[in-house]
Design a protein around this ligand. Structure first.
Ligand SMILES: [Zn+2]
Length: 123
């Protein structure tokens, strides 16, 4: 299948190795993409594990899972990626078939060679 993150690559050659822990995202953009795909595939553990310890306590497992499950994840657009920031737009459809755009500037942090999602500003 095509990777849900809209990279144009197959899932196997894109986000899957990160989800399986066989490879580590080398950039915040790669992590961002793999987290979007994790929402689309409801890989809640991956979302929790890639959230930075400083903000993980604000992210409840079942809330994330409900959020991932209750929407259909349509499309991801990376607006720009610079240093530890990624601006993206994610398009999703809720249960009532309404389409929404989530526009976020995310901040990432690297620890022991591993990138983590810290938090985001919403537009
Ligand atoms: Zn991907």
């Amino acid at each position: 299948m095509n990777c849900p993150c809209c990279s144009g690559k197959t899932y196997e050659n894109c986000c899957k190795p990160y989800h399986l822990g066989k490879d580590l995202p080398q950039t915040p953009e790669q992590l961002m993409r793999s987290r979007y795909t994790a929402f689309a595939l409801v890989l809640t553990n991956y979302l929790v594990e890639t959230t930075h310890s400083s903000t993980q306590k604000f992210n409840d497992f079942s809330d994330i899972e409900d959020w991932a499950k209750s929407n259909k994840w349509l499309k991801l657009e990376i607006v720009f990626a610079k240093d530890n920031k990624v601006r993206f737009r994610a398009f999703y459809q809720d249960k009532n078939n309404e389409i929404y755009e989530h526009d976020e500037l995310s901040t990432f942090a690297q620890e022991n060679g591993k990138w983590f999602y810290v938090d985001g500003e919403f537009y």
